[in-house]
Design a protein around this ligand. Structure first.
Ligand SMILES: Nc1ncnc2c1ncn2[C@@H]1O[C@H](COP(=O)(O)OP(=O)(O)O)[C@@H](O)[C@H]1O
Ligand SMILES: [Mg+2]
Length: 506
């Protein structure tokens, strides 16, 4: 190890049932540096951290910590802590009903000669820790009386007092306001000065540029690369997180798009929002128009689409469908208004494994008609045959149980379900994920065909190219907020720039 290196992780591999969460990942930390660990939701950041802190047992790979002979395998968080690795999670893991001082010394309270807790000494020591870090709090106050930001700082103070060499902050800023974030940064810089190596996970890109020295990027459980901050401006960071090589972003420019502004409005939303996930946004979708939703995984694409569909409670705003003001209280209302939603999480929300392909196809239509007006079997068979043929669903027969089909074919069955309701407005959330290229292209063609027939669609995909081929408008999301709408000059580069957002690091 070069003498600045305090910690290395090499070839870390870890599998959850069905998911390779980490595949041969490396991480190197040096003394007194702040390392941003970046990646879209599900990239493996938290998993990697939990391998380091002894919560996850990894299958392959090694961890080396400066000053400790041989490879380290942490069997517990305490073990990790004893080696100088401390973690502060988003949810502070301290005791709310104890005082600040007690929290700082849980498990290591100063004792009197008689073996009882020496409150006086504890209070004085706590005061010193707090003063040293410039935190403004009364150490006798109960932790629960402190703001979340303060609680986080106290958690950090505790970690630091344990003489940590490595401090891990996994999304500590998610619920802090700007002022609190700034205070946290001051604290982080102080620790850096003291030589602590910090791993910082955040989904706010600007925070990376405010405090970090280097960036490690993960994608789908794999290491994309490690970069000095000045070599990875925002757009390139976004490109790396999304798995694109920014320099090669062939300007896939789509053909001139039709102008839809004169076509009748099908969806007209004003100030739509969902408490806790989506900030108010306006949206207009015209007849025959395909609108794409783009943004990093976790930016709120699915949630925004669900707001339009009225899928969740606690929504606000005004929605007009085909000019009529509507109130949607349940999915069935949306369906009756001619809306359809192909959800992102098919396993949980879409597929009913023990029903046949036919039954899965007619499900939404049947629900729309009402359970007492059973579709005649002849009609069910006709629909099933029609969609199996149209979408080229590979199944032994229409009576085969859907769980026996491959993922791509299950996907087509669910798509058929919504097409069978003959929607005027259809939301397709990641309709092509996990399916083969051939089928992807078919689905893209189908989207264009449906639009050609005058249907309006929302198309969500992690593959920007796919949306560029099908959409005439792209809505860009960042942290649950609509931040842009692109109708002209639709190119990957443009979209990626909007996702990355402005600021001085372009
Ligand atoms: N306890 C778990 N059980 C099963 N799968 C998990 C578990 N924790 C994480 N995963 C999966 O591992 C992958 C990486 O997740 P995670 O490390 O939480 O990502 P990140 O922190 O980058 O958002 C994801 O596919 C996630 O679904
Ligand atoms: Mg995480």
């Amino acid at each position: 190890m070069d003498n600045q290196v305090v910690l290395t992780m090499r070839g870390i591999t870890m599998t959850f049932p069905g998911v390779k969460a980490l595949d041969n990942v490396d991480l190197t930390l040096r003394k007194g540096e702040i390392m941003a660990l970046m990646g879209e939701n599900g990239a493996g950041k938290s998993t990697l951290i939990k391998c380091l802190t002894g919560i996850n047992a990894f299958e392959a790979g090694e961890i080396h910590v400066d000053g400790i002979e041989g490879a380290v395998v942490n069997h517990s968080t305490l073990d990790a802590q004893n080696k100088g690795i401390s973690t502060v999670y988003q949810e502070v893991n301290l005791c709310p009903n104890l005082s600040v001082a007690e929290n700082l010394f849980i498990g290591r309270e100063p004792r009197t000669k008689l073996g009882t807790i020496n409150w006086k000494e504890m209070k004085a020591k706590a005061q010193k820790i707090i003063n040293d870090l410039d935190i403004n709090v009364d150490v006798t106050a109960n932790l629960e009386e402190c703001s979340l930001a303060l609680q986080q700082m106290i958690a950090i103070a505790r970690a630091v007092d344990l003489e940590c060499k490595v401090l891990i902050l996994d999304e500590p800023t998610s619920s802090l306001d700007d002022h609190e974030v700034e205070k946290l940064f001051v604290l982080m810089r102080q620790l850096k000065e003291k030589g602590v190596a910090i791993v910082f996970v955040t989904h706010f890109l600007e925070q990376v540029y405010a405090v970090c020295d280097r960036i490690t990027v993960l994608r789908n459980g794999q290491l994309v690369g490690e970069y000095p901050i000045e070599e990875l401006p925002r757009v390139k960071l976004v490109a790396a997180m999304m798995g694109k090589d920014f320099d090669d972003l062939a300007a896939i420019k789509t053909e001139e798009k039709q102008d839809f502004s004169k076509a009748p409005l099908v969806i007209d939303g004003k100030g739509l929002s969902h408490k806790g996930t989506i900030k108010p946004f306006d949206i207009e979708i015209h007849e025959g128009e395909v609108v794409g939703l783009t943004g990093l995984l976790g930016s709120g694409r699915s949630e925004l689409a669900r707001v339009i569909y009225g899928a969740d409670k606690n929504q606000t705003g005004e929605l007009k469908v085909c000019g009529e003001k509507v109130n949607i209280n349940a999915p069935i209302d949306a369906m009756k208004l001619g809306m359809g939603l192909l959800p992102d999480d098919r396993k949980a929300e879409g597929i009913i494994g023990d029903l046949s392909v036919r039954e899965n196809i007619i499900l939404a239509l049947q629900a729309k008609r009402g359970m007492f007006k059973l579709l005649p079997m002849s009609k069910q068979n006709e629909l099933a045959d029609e969609y199996i043929k149209m979408l080229q669903i590979k199944t032994a027969s229409k009576e085969t149980l859907i769980k026996q089909l491959s993922g791509g074919n299950q996907q087509k069955v669910i798509l058929a379900r919504w097409l069978a309701t003959d929607p005027t407005f259809l939301i397709l959330d990641e309709p092509t994920r996990g399916i083969d290229i051939g089928t992807k292209t078919e689905i893209q063609k189908l989207v264009l065909k449906l639009a050609g027939e005058g249907k309006s669609l929302i198309f969500i995909s992690s593959e920007i190219e796919e949306m560029l081929r099908t959409c005439s408008k792209m809505i860009v999301l960042r942290d649950g907020q609509k931040v842009g709408e692109i109708t002209e000059d639709l190119t990957q580069e443009r979209v990626m720039k909007e996702i990355a957002g402005g600021g001085s690091n372009e």
